[in-house]
Design a protein around this ligand. Structure first.
Ligand code: 16G
Ligand code: ZN
Length: 546
């Protein structure tokens, strides 16, 4: 009763704006920030209910990632550190759209669980957006309504830091921000120490220059650099937001990957240097090279190439580890899998298959890739846009620990033991909860040094097929329904046949369309052996979709 009257009084402070129909979408709610107080208040309630239901720590991240600074949004983090379980998405939609306080109360009482003896925590993080503090207050009020749940403000964080903290809290390991930095730097140093001949004194490794998108990631990278010894990793961070630049405006991984031009703050002084770019909440990253003084075009090293680099290194370490000695067999069949989406450049998929790797496609959105990757002992997933990580299964990690102990006592090949140590270090360095630009960059840097590869050598692994992306504004994007990881249109009838007929006209032609999960558009992707052909194919298929 007390709860009910509190709810009635606070709910009136957060009315659902007229005509606003928030939708959970691919990765949570996103909109112009002034529309969002009611959504955040209600997601505070949802987070608390989810914490009661799972009797675990839940996370709420206030961010709109790569969107413009006036937008904001919210992502919910489940106990494992992954995104909110998909079977709660419809509830999130109903809660966010409940027209009245009475509806809200009804929805809550249908879902509420009796509270346990212990209070359950909901960690609330936010990025650097100016609307963050007021949305945080709305979220805390929502959480406070549910008896048995308590809000913990964990301050300004990257999205993956919050995911990491939720996961660590539920594993009852140390879960403060400092512990995150310490785990990353310890495992990074471990990989550097295991480089044959030592990682510190390798010649030809220029500094890495990072574009922080004027968001939270650059700031955190600087903290990491200041606070910990990064063993010869020379790091320069630009666009940290402190110089007056605007979040995601002409900067950041999304801009760099889509426009393929240098972000602001970069230019002719960077020709040939290894550069990386984070997105606004640092859960995505790409690398790039400025090839010439006379143009603002960049050479992009995207998520597909990051994936390929990780896959090569991990596969190599596994084969050293599994090498048979004295006829002794190995007692673990490690299943390694690579997960991409239809946006992966065809050249990358061919390359990975040539390496002998199992490659599977899923629909767009981290939740789909993550879920698939979790089915392997080592699952490596990346979207071309730079969103991804490497997942290690519990049974495999247990086996690896035991193997490491066994190898350290025997008089075996030291490289075999080193391979076990490297794989263990990778599993600690790379975020097990979600794609993480900071931990991803550290892994790239360690592997490049291990291989003694320049960014040019890495970029030359394979050559991307020319591709083109377009978007078509339509009245109703839900009219297009796809199957087979979005590679095939099943509705409206006949459209896929028309796309096939068009695609067949081009050498190495590949094309698909899908409704966006974040915007009111249909997206078209086309690939062909020349840029002109890719452009024409995309245009003609866009006309079909219109
Ligand atoms: C979201 C997804 C991103 C995906 C994008 C596609 C997460 C955390 N983010 O931003 O992975 O690439 O949506 O957008 O899952 P689209 O549906 O508009 O093409
Ligand atoms: Zn992001």
């Amino acid at each position: 009763e007390e709860q009910r009257s509190l709810l009635l009084s606070t709910a009136s402070r957060f009315p659902l704006p007229q005509g606003f129909k928030p939708s959970y979408g691919t990765a949570g709610f996103r909109a112009e920030a002034s529309l969002l107080p009611s959504t955040l208040y209600r997601m505070g309630i949802l987070g608390a209910l989810r914490a009661l239901k799972t009797q675990s720590v839940i996370g709420i991240m206030i961010t709109a990632s790569h969107n413009q600074v006036s937008d904001n949004g919210v992502k919910i983090v489940d106990p494992t550190g992954g995104m909110l379980s998909q079977d709660w998405e419809p509830f999130a939609d109903s809660l966010a759209n409940a027209p009245t306080a009475d509806c809200l109360i009804q929805l809550i009482s249908d879902k509420i669980e009796r509270c346990g003896e212990k209070k359950v925590e909901v960690l609330v993080g936010r990025d650097t957006r100016p609307s963050g503090p007021s949305l945080l207050e709305a979220t805390k009020l929502g959480i406070g309504l549910i008896i048995g749940a308590v809000a913990i403000d964990v301050g300004i964080l990257t999205t993956p830091q919050l995911h990491w903290m939720v996961r660590a809290s539920n594993c009852s390991t140390r879960a403060a921000e400092f512990d995150y930095f310490e785990q990353l730097s310890m495992s990074f140093r471990c990989l550097m120490d295991l480089i044959p001949g030592g990682g510190e004194s390798i010649e030809g490794f220029h500094k890495l220059v990072v574009d922080g998108a004027n968001g939270v990631g650059g700031e955190k990278l600087l903290v990491l650099k200041e606070m910990l010894n990064l063993k010869g990793l020379e790091l320069e961070v630009r666009n940290t937001g402190s110089g007056g630049g605007v979040l995601n405006e002409g900067v950041g991984a999304d801009f760099v990957q889509k426009e393929k031009v240098v972000p602001s703050g970069f230019g002719s002084q960077d020709v040939g240097i290894r550069c990386a770019s984070l997105d606004g909440d640092a859960d995505r990253f790409v690398y790039f090279i400025v090839p010439s003084k006379n143009s603002d075009k960049i050479e992009l090293v995207d998520g597909d190439k990051i994936l390929s680099l990780f896959a090569i290194f991990i596969k190599e370490q596994l084969s050293i580890l599994m090498k048979k000695t004295d006829g002794a067999g190995n007692d673990y069949q490690c299943r390694i899998g690579v997960v991409q989406t239809a946006y992966a450049n065809g050249a990358s998929t061919d390359y990975l298959k040539q390496l002998g790797l199992e490659v599977v496609l899923t629909p767009t959105g981290v939740k789909h890739l993550h879920e698939k990757a979790a089915q392997y002992d080592i699952g490596i997933y990346f979207e071309a846009n730079g969103h991804g990580t490497v997942l290690f299964s519990e049974p495999f990690l247990h086996w690896l620990e035991a193997k490491n102990d066994e190898l350290s006592s025997g008089a075996q090949d030291p490289e075999q033991r080193n391979a076990a140590l490297r794989l263990l270090a990778v599993s600690k360095l790379i975020n097990q909860a979600i794609g993480d630009a900071i931990s991803g960059i550290l892994l790239v840097e360690a592997i490049l040094r291990h291989m003694k590869w320049s960014i040019h050598r890495w970029s030359e692994l394979y050559h991307d097929l020319p591709s083109k992306q377009l978007k078509v504004k339509v009245v109703d994007r839900t009219a297009v329904v796809t199957a087979n990881a979005e590679t095939e249109v099943v509705k409206p009838p006949g459209l896929q046949e028309a796309i096939n007929a068009e695609t067949a006209k081009y050498s190495k032609g590949r094309c698909f369309i899908r409704p966006s999960g974040t915007e009111d558009v249909i997206r078209v992707y086309a690939e062909a052996s020349t840029q002109d052909e890719a452009n024409t194919l995309a245009n003609s298929v866009a006309n079909l979709a219109d």
